[in-house]
Design a protein around this ligand. Structure first.
Ligand SMILES: O=C(O)CCC(=O)C(=O)O
Length: 308
């Protein structure tokens, strides 16, 4: 895409903060200092920390109260609590965050999934581009909100600044030779291969010790995960909001053969409205199989958060 085409108002095919035309975009946009800093942090590190303010901090307490009943023994995370918790829905749709994401990506963001954690997740290092991705690529981001101050022993989020610039690793690139990869392939092949690739990159690892009401935004391809919990019994209450952007194709790379063009498509809901955002390719709506639509409708009809 030429700089003129890129700046003329049509939807960008690369998020602005990852674009070679970023300087021209910033020059023409006259954003305030906070937005410029946010975009600069995303461009350099693939992450940015944003304080959501006092009203959001009050909502953090409400989100904890509204999700606590789901955390029965053995349950470590609750998916899509936004369907029942107004505090989770409000935090996931926080307008200042929406404005920052819109400025950094150049397309309208929409939150499509929430995850609540009570303790540290201890998840292996990964890029979200293996769980949720888009065409054009990289139009996805995570917003991790601290619902309480994160203590060093409570398994803080860990990440590798700058790793968003590495090539996106697909299942095939990780060494999975199957047209229909599955979760075992992810654990047995992707996770160790991805860890190797990050070690080979030499990028340092950092911990995110956030305060309640701060949000940690990561680019689609940022290497991140949960560190071990050193203080057993400690809580690390957090809300992760996964966002897509308007007018893209949405799919699950872990179950796709990206190189062969066989994508497991998604029909993501928009948390702000509860309605679906139909996937589009080059501006046109794509056809989804009736089976796929039925699966998503079934999940929506139940309307219950999933406790895992
Ligand atoms: O909260 C964490 O420890 C990790 C969350 C995460 O990796 C994710 O939601 O993709």
């Amino acid at each position: 895409m030429s700089v003129l085409t890129a700046l003329r108002g049509s939807k960008p095919t690369v998020p602005w903060f990852e674009s070679e035309h970023l300087d021209a975009y910033l020059e023409r946009s006259a954003f305030d200092a906070t937005t410029v800093r946010f975009i600069g942090d995303m461009a350099r590190d693939g992450v940015a920390v944003v304080d959501l303010g006092e009203k959001a901090r009050a909502l953090c307490d409400q989100a904890v109260a509204e999700t606590e009943p789901y955390f029965t023994p053995g349950i470590t995370r609750v998916q899509d609590a936004w369907r029942r918790s107004s505090a989770v829905r409000h935090l996931a749709s926080w307008p200042p965050m929406r404005r920052l994401l819109r400025a950094a990506y150049g397309r309208d963001p929409f939150p499509f999934q929430t995850l609540n954690f009570r303790q540290g997740s201890q998840q292996s290092i990964h890029s979200d581009a293996i769980h949720f991705h888009a065409d054009p690529e990289r139009f996805m981001c995570g917003v991790w909100i601290a619902l309480e101050d994160v203590q060093p022993g409570a398994g803080p989020l860990i990440y590798h600044p700058g790793s968003h610039k590495l090539p996106v690793m697909t299942m095939r690139a990780a060494g999975v030779n199957s047209p229909t990869p599955n979760y075992s392939d992810y654990e047995a092949t992707y996770v160790p291969r991805y860890a190797e690739a990050i070690a080979e990159s030499g990028l340092p690892r950092t911990r995110a010790l956030l305060k309640k009401g701060q949000a940690f935004v990561w680019a689609a391809n940022l290497a991140h995960g949960g560190s071990p919990i050193d203080d057993p019994g400690s809580t690390r209450r957090s809300l992760v909001v996964h966002n897509y952007f308007a007018g893209c194709l949405y799919y699950t790379p872990m179950y796709s053969d990206v190189e062969a063009g066989r994508l497991l498509l998604r029909l993501p809901p928009d948390v702000r409205t509860g309605f679906w955002r139909w996937p589009r390719r080059k501006g046109c709506p794509v056809r989804l199989s009736p089976k796929l639509i039925a699966g998503f409708l079934h999940h929506a009809r139940l309307g219950e958060p999933i406790a895992m």
